[in-house]
Design a binder for this molecule. Structure first.
Ligand code: PHE
Length: 355
């Protein structure tokens, strides 16, 4: 190989190295210009066949050219390595704050979040949350609430009785509570007025399990005992409750009714929050009524106050109770109550995930 050819091969190699844009490119350039079959490697091999004088000269020239090429390769390699590392840092950045879909996040049950939402409305007014056991003394579930032994609600038809140890059946004196009202009695027996409590909880009745009934469901009870409490306070409280839960302007109406533990008593209806009573005829939520049945309420019967150790001459009170499941059903437009109890994660997730 002529000296100019060696220089040309070196220059071509250096130009190719400088032009290599990434590591793959450089690898190809290395094979082409510094590999076993590259022009300079071939030139190196020819040297042995030259006469001694020419051999020395050619050896130096080719050796220098190969040295320059190898140096340039190493330098370019370093630059491209660094560039690649930099690029990986940017391109393969992992956002550790992104949620992963590998572990599906569950959701709190709508009855749990619904009960908390209801309790919060009362806590915001300074009320407290009270609780009681679901396996309850017959006396607290019935007698203390002026539901005498002959009251129809005590028959086997809607009460679950626990079996007594001696096999005497209904004589056990222990029931699965049929409403949250025994928490009223428990609260009055253990505290002194003023009393302002809400009691959300599970209740049981021997109902068939269908789209609108379940032998286990949920109620929320409210009880206020203070000096000078009247039906007006009850109405104002329920109107506030309704508008907090269903929106501004959604209030309640009372229809005369009877409960042994309240006198006077009323059924409380909720203004239909969908049609607002304005075009009830076509409304699917209230079915043409303009109102939705919500629960029961009244002024606490003085006999209940007395049975629970509250001075009925000094104090009066009001109480109310409504179904939480039912409330959630019409609030969220659910057509089948059973969806609330069957534990299908697709149902709870649809209510949104709360952590
Ligand atoms: N306990 C009643 C029921 O289960 C509801 C109610 C509560 C009525 C408080 C009046 C006062 O139907």
């Amino acid at each position: 190989m002529q000296p100019e050819e060696v220089d040309a091969a070196r220059d071509a190699a250096l130009a190719a190295i400088a032009a290599a844009t990434d590591l793959d490119d450089l690898k190809r350039v290395r094979t082409e210009h510094a590999g076993d079959r590259s022009p300079l490697a071939l030139a190196n091999r020819e040297i042995g066949a030259l006469p001694p004088q020419a051999r020395k000269e050619a050896g130096q020239r080719v050796g220098q050219a190969r040295g320059a090429v190898n140096q340039a390769l190493a330098a370019r390699q370093e630059v491209l390595d660094a560039e690649q590392a930099e690029r990986i840092l940017v391109e393969e950045t992992v956002d550790v704050t992104l949620t992963t879909d590998r572990v599906p996040a569950g959701a709190r049950h709508p009855i749990t979040t619904g009960s908390e939402l209801i309790a919060d409305i009362f806590v915001a007014m300074g009320w407290e949350v009270a609780e009681g056991p679901v396996i309850e003394a017959e006396w607290l579930n019935f007698d203390a609430l002026n539901l005498g032994p002959d009251h129809p609600a005590r028959t086997m038809q809607d009460t679950f009785w626990t079996a007594s140890p001696d096999g005497a059946g209904v004589e056990s004196g222990v029931v699965l509570r049929t409403h949250t009202s025994p928490v009223q009695a428990r609260t009055m027996l253990t505290r002194t007025p003023p009393i302002y409590v809400v009691c959300p909880g599970r209740v049981f009745r021997t109902d068939e399990y269908d789209a609108t009934h379940s032998p286990m469901f949920h109620q929320v009870e409210g009880l206020a005992i203070d000096e000078g409490i009247s039906m007006a306070h009850l109405k104002g409280t329920l109107d506030h409750f309704a508008s907090q839960l269903f929106g501004e302007g959604i209030t309640t109406r009372f229809r005369p009714s009877y409960f042994p533990f309240t006198e006077p008593s009323a059924e409380v209806d909720l203004r239909c929050f969908v049609c607002k009573g304005e075009d009830a005829a076509t409304c699917r939520t209230c079915r043409g009524e303009g109102w939705i049945e919500w629960g029961g309420c009244g002024v606490v019967n003085p006999r209940v106050l007395t049975a629970c150790g509250v001075d009925a001459d000094r104090y009066t009170g009001f109480a109310f109770g409504m179904g939480i499941d039912r409330t959630l059903m019409f609030r969220h437009g659910l057509s089948d109550l059973r969806a609330l109890f069957e534990g299908d994660i697709r149902f709870t997730t649809a209510f949104g995930t709360e952590l």
